[in-house]
Design a protein around this ligand. Structure first.
Ligand code: GLA
Length: 393
């Protein structure tokens, strides 16, 4: 972090956390911080140099999207991360609602938490790091003993994606995952598009094709704190989730294969409830997950109505999630270490962020009763998830 950034961070807390570059396309070297104003709140934008780096011979960059309301989001093609998303709270103050870091080193250091990352080739866990597909066994790297988690040793979160900037509100990242990369069969050609819409939503569209039968399960691993990243616990956030069932897990967080009803359990969010209201209940599943870290089986839905709504108790900021996926991992930040520092000096303390990872179910390659994650040559994997932010009812 350079001195200008530190100085501005000290003066303009908390808005400096935005970590946004001064330009709206691929950030050129912005060695001088500059100030932008939206209708209500001045926002100070730091240089983007922390993301302008060459890794594995490919160039990483920093991108900013901005909509007509002055809402901004920052992204990088390193791991196709969502870095920052600044939206107005109930008083109109721009508030960054996702946890992010000032540079790539920050992301590397915090890698095991997958902050804001695009996850692939397979989101969440595969039991004991192997599966059988068309009669052949595939062995993966075991990075979360005894299982494989979020793509393995070097997942899609840790590679440089190619970038195609579409316009000021859209950016597309592409990545070719080679045949047998991390043990998965088939050259998988992936595309993730982030669009910042004028109704203050981030629309994430995923696409993939393969030349050999494979499995694929892509998601985004943003941690939200709707009171502002680094602004305390998420336990008083109010959640409503349209899911009558969830997939219980064993002690290593692998689904047992059952779909259990949430009714009468701390997993019932059909009526609004705070995250913290039952998180310490004497419940075997909460113990296995060390809190909420479970796949919810979403009720029948389509992309036009939200599967979940979360509201920040202090900010009044409401997050609505829309998805084409059948499941969603609700993770209450139980492994957040507190040792990673955000641009404004705040740390990633225990349960100060939550993730809602839309997905197919964990360990589906070993669970034939779950919706299939198999992708065949000629077929196109396509999913869409929307995180929409607003205030009020
Ligand atoms: C996922 C997993 C969690 C944890 C986080 C990252 O949500 O389900 O158990 O590993 O990623 O820390």
């Amino acid at each position: 972090m350079n001195t200008i950034f530190k100085t501005f961070s000290a003066i303009f807390l908390p808005v400096c956390i935005l970590s946004l570059a001064a330009c709206n396309h691929k950030a050129k070297n912005t060695s001088t911080a500059s100030t932008m104003t939206d209708n209500s709140t001045p926002v100070t934008l730091p240089p983007s140099s922390g993301f302008e780096k060459t890794i594995d011979g490919k160039k990483a960059h920093f991108y900013v999207l901005k909509n007509k309301n002055g809402v901004q989001t920052a992204l990088t093609n390193y791991g196709a991360h969502l870095i920052s998303l600044a939206v107005p709270d109930k008083t109109g103050k721009l508030t960054d609602v996702v946890i992010g870091f000032a540079d790539i080193d920050g992301y590397k250091k915090a890698m095991s938490a997958y902050y804001g990352a695009t996850i692939g080739r397979y989101g969440n866990r595969i039991a004991n790091g192997h599966f059988v597909l068309e009669g052949r066994r595939y062995d993966l790297f075991i990075n979360n003993k005894p299982n494989t988690l979020h793509g393995g040793q070097k997942g899609f979160n840790d590679v440089i994606w190619d970038t195609q900037q579409v316009n000021d509100q859209t950016v597309t990242f592409t990545y070719l995952s080679k045949d047998m990369e991390e043990g998965y069969p088939g050259n998988l050609s992936c595309k993730v598009t982030y669009e910042l819409t004028d109704d203050n939503a981030i629309k994430i569209s995923y696409e993939a094709t393969t030349d050999k039968t494979t499995v694929v399960n892509l998601t985004n691993h943003s941690y939200f704190n709707l009171n502002g990243a680094g602004n305390g616990s998420i336990l008083n956030h109010v959640v409503q989730l349209k899911a009558a069932g969830f997939t219980p897990v064993d002690i290593t967080l692998i689904p047992t294969g059952q779909i259990a009803p949430v009714a009468g359990t701390p997993f019932d969010f059909s009526k609004p409830a705070t995250i913290g209201s039952r998180i310490e209940a004497n419940d075997e599943q909460l113990k296995n997950g060390k809190g909420y870290d479970h796949n919810f089986v979403l009720d029948k839905h389509d992309i036009t109505s939200p599967v979940a709504t979360v509201t920040g108790d202090k900010s009044g900021i409401k997050l609505e999630i829309f998805t084409t996926e059948p499941g969603m991992q609700f993770y209450s930040g139980n492994f957040m270490p507190g040792s990673n520092t955000m641009p404004d000096g705040k740390t990633d303390d225990y349960r100060t962020g939550f993730a809602m990872e839309t997905q197919h179910f964990p360990d589906s390659p070993n669970k034939p009763q779950f919706p299939s994650t198999v992708l065949k040559p000629g077929d196109v994997y396509k999913t869409v998830t929307i995180y929409k932010l607003s205030v009020g009812k």
